[in-house]
Design a protein. Structure first.
Length: 313
């Protein structure tokens, strides 16, 4: 039967570009009573950005770029198709009053809390990195204090004078009791921070570029142990050669290849939620950054699904 003869044919299962309204063509739904076990949610917010604005376009760009990933089925080197194991939906974007950061905080926390309380695993797309603060608040409500795995060029642990800043989330989160810094780790850091009183373990960019994938994975696992883990990935952890479309690019970062291998090595951690932030399509070239973000998000899905498969890799 030709595609045109089948009225029930869904183009998202076939085309890499037609009807690309959701991440990987997953059903667009807000039905949390459904059998869905994983939820994709966008937070198009960038009012806390210190450098170049534009990350509010990140969720849409990531969804659009994900069309390039649909054809493969089993995403190499995984040995299964993620949508044969998980039942994901795309919740769409959180709405908030434009220009109102406080309303964004309220809406993201409330929406994420509802999703997590329903027993779903939430993967969020920013937006600038400030959106991680309300996401952590929502996850901590349900899971209690969690360990944080944080990929970034910046520690984002700065005590800022500004009320809303994408450099202050991990200053506030430990003080709010959301994360345990003694079992949390930051990877790819290559900007200044107060090392003497910095509570997070850091694998800086020089170390991350020189260590093997296995050594990085071992250090992360040793730090977080069996704790519940929230993973946050700022796309500027990657070198600008691999992610030019971001607000505060810093040279000397990691390659996409190494990051994918590290995430694959972390498949056994107790991952309870994650986000991908700071994709700013206005500064992207040929969707390089958006594609990197979409592919990293797919690794998140595989990490979640891998625990249900006998031979994931």
């Amino acid at each position: 039967m030709s595609h045109s003869d089948n009225n029930d044919f869904l183009t998202q299962d076939y085309s890499m570009y037609a009807n690309q309204f959701s991440y990987l063509g997953f059903p667009i739904s807000r039905n949390l009573a459904s059998s869905a076990d994983t939820v994709i949610m966008g937070v198009p917010y960038d009012l806390a950005t210190s450098g170049r604005a534009g990350a509010r376009g990140g969720p849409a760009a990531i969804r659009q770029a994900s069309g390039n990933l649909k054809w493969e089925g089993f995403r190499w080197p995984w040995q299964f198709a993620v949508d044969e194991v998980l039942t994901p939906i795309d919740y769409g974007d959180v709405e908030y009053f434009f220009g109102d950061s406080e309303h964004m905080l309220e809406q993201v926390e409330a929406t994420a809390s509802k999703i997590v309380k329903a027993g779903k695993t939430l993967i969020s797309f920013g937006g600038d990195h400030f959106v991680t603060l309300p996401l952590l608040r929502a996850h901590a409500k349900h899971h209690g204090k969690v360990s944080l795995i944080h990929f970034d060029a910046h520690t984002d642990s700065y005590k800022e004078d500004e009320r809303y800043s994408h450099g202050s989330m991990f200053y506030h989160a430990p003080r709010e009791g959301l994360i345990d810094t003694e079992s949390s780790i930051q990877i790819g850091i290559r900007t200044s921070y107060h090392r003497d009183d910095h509570a997070f373990e850091v694998i800086d960019a020089h170390a991350a570029n020189n260590l093997s994938v296995e050594e990085i994975v071992a250090r992360i696992k040793a730090r977080v142990g069996d704790n519940k883990v929230y993973l946050t990935f700022d796309i500027d952890c990657l070198d600008p050669a691999y992610a030019p479309g971001t607000g505060t690019p810093v040279i000397g970062g990691l390659t996409t290849n190494k990051i994918l291998q590290v995430l694959q090595g972390l498949k056994d951690i107790n991952l309870i939620g994650c986000d991908l932030v700071e994709v700013s399509p206005a500064y992207d070239q040929a969707e390089i950054t958006a594609l990197a973000g979409a592919t990293i998000a797919l690794q998140f899905l595989y990490m979640i699904a891998s625990k249900r498969v006998d031979s994931p890799l």
